[in-house]
Design a protein around this ligand. Structure first.
Ligand code: SAM
Length: 330
């Protein structure tokens, strides 16, 4: 039995949100403080529950796990979960996406537990702007976290930047230079309408095409294409100093070979970032469901995976936000 959907795509990657909570309040992600409804603690999956669901998913063909959130590193003893996920037969790699705040302190432990690589979100290199975008004056600490991740041998270390017109689009070259100097892969993500404050509008999306034009005017680039089922297309610097990536979720969605499924912090399986249907696995896990019951629920959920955002006319026409990013984990 494999995780096949009705459009013929096979799921191989799992993103696990270990918490919906975050110590940052990025303006393109979180809602206003007063409007935040954190998931109650008793509804959050335990490490054992996450491990059990992942084991069932691995038995159905999931090979790669990415831990995300909220901010995954605010979950206590995350290294224990990492270790147990790495030990699951069939799981080849466990990586993480983080805001970098706790990375300096935790990099050694998570690497030792078996984490392969880390992607750190970095949307500005100017302290005041970083603070106004993320809600926390944390730039030096995040940069130290990235250095520490490199030092302890986490690989790959990547940087993700959401480019937003009028907020940080004038820093694209600086961000590229920061990454080139360290031979880190920087990936620019197009702003998606999954933000909590409702600031998203089409004109704030800086398209991948625009970014390439801007960067290649200073640093010529050679297109390397997008490997099957990857989120980013890769561009190599002609001078040999590394690569950069573009995640064109809005201008050129890559749903036709999507191989990802997501598990929310409260145990719901989501087969697509833009899906409106949740499949409650926690209910099964906590009410005597067997692994066969879980398998049946998971296979059904994946089979009904939507075709993708490029085909979801209701999103294209009205851009209604199905949920905020912090609730799914990006
Ligand atoms: N807290 C971690 C972090 O900051 O990377 C992990 C969770 S965060 C939701 C995962 C990724 O989603 C980050 O790279 C973030 O920049 C991206 N993201 C959040 N909201 C977004 C939006 N509206 N459009 C595009 N990317 C977004």
């Amino acid at each position: 039995m494999k995780l096949l959907d009705s459009k013929g795509r096979m799921a191989k990657k799992l993103r696990i949100s270990v918490t919906d909570r975050c110590n940052f309040a990025c303006l393109f992600c979180m809602p206003e403080k007063e409007k935040i409804r954190w998931i109650p603690q008793d509804e959050i999956l335990s490490f054992e529950e996450i491990q059990r669901i992942t084991m069932v998913l691995a038995s159905l063909g999931i090979e790669k796990v990415r831990i995300t959130g909220g901010e995954p590193l605010i979950r206590a003893r995350l290294e224990h979960l990492i270790r147990s996920l790495c030990a699951i037969p069939g799981i080849k790699t466990v990586d993480m996406t983080s805001n970098g705040w706790h990375l300096e302190r935790k990099a050694g432990a998570i690497r030792e537990a078996g984490l392969r690589g880390v992607t750190v979100s970095l949307h500005s290199l100017r302290s005041d702007r970083f603070a106004s975008i993320s809600g926390v004056d944390a730039l030096p600490r995040v940069l130290r976290g990235i250095e520490k991740a490199l030092d302890v041998g986490l690989r790959p270390v990547k940087v993700n930047s959401v480019a937003i017109r009028g907020y940080n689009d004038d820093e694209i070259i600086e961000l590229v230079e920061y990454a080139r100097e360290r031979r880190i892969l920087i990936r620019f993500i197009e702003f998606m309408p999954l933000d909590g404050l409702g600031i998203w509008s089409a004109d704030k999306v800086v398209s991948g095409k625009e970014i390439i034009e801007k960067v290649s005017a200073k640093y010529p680039l050679r297109p390397q294409g997008r490997a099957s089922a990857e989120t980013s297309s890769v561009w190599r610097f002609s001078d040999g100093k590394g690569e950069m990536g573009l995640i064109t979720s809005m201008s050129d969605p890559f749903c036709d070979d999507c191989d990802r499924v997501r598990l929310t912090a409260d145990g719901k399986l989501l087969s697509c970032l833009f899906d409106t249907e949740y499949y409650d696995l926690r209910h099964l896990v906590r009410n005597g469901g067997t692994n066969n019951d879980l398998t049946t629920a998971i296979l059904g959920a994946v089979w009904r995976k939507p075709e993708g955002v490029g085909h979801m006319s209701w999103i294209r026409e009205s851009w209604t936000k199905p949920r905020n990013m912090n609730a799914i984990g990006g």
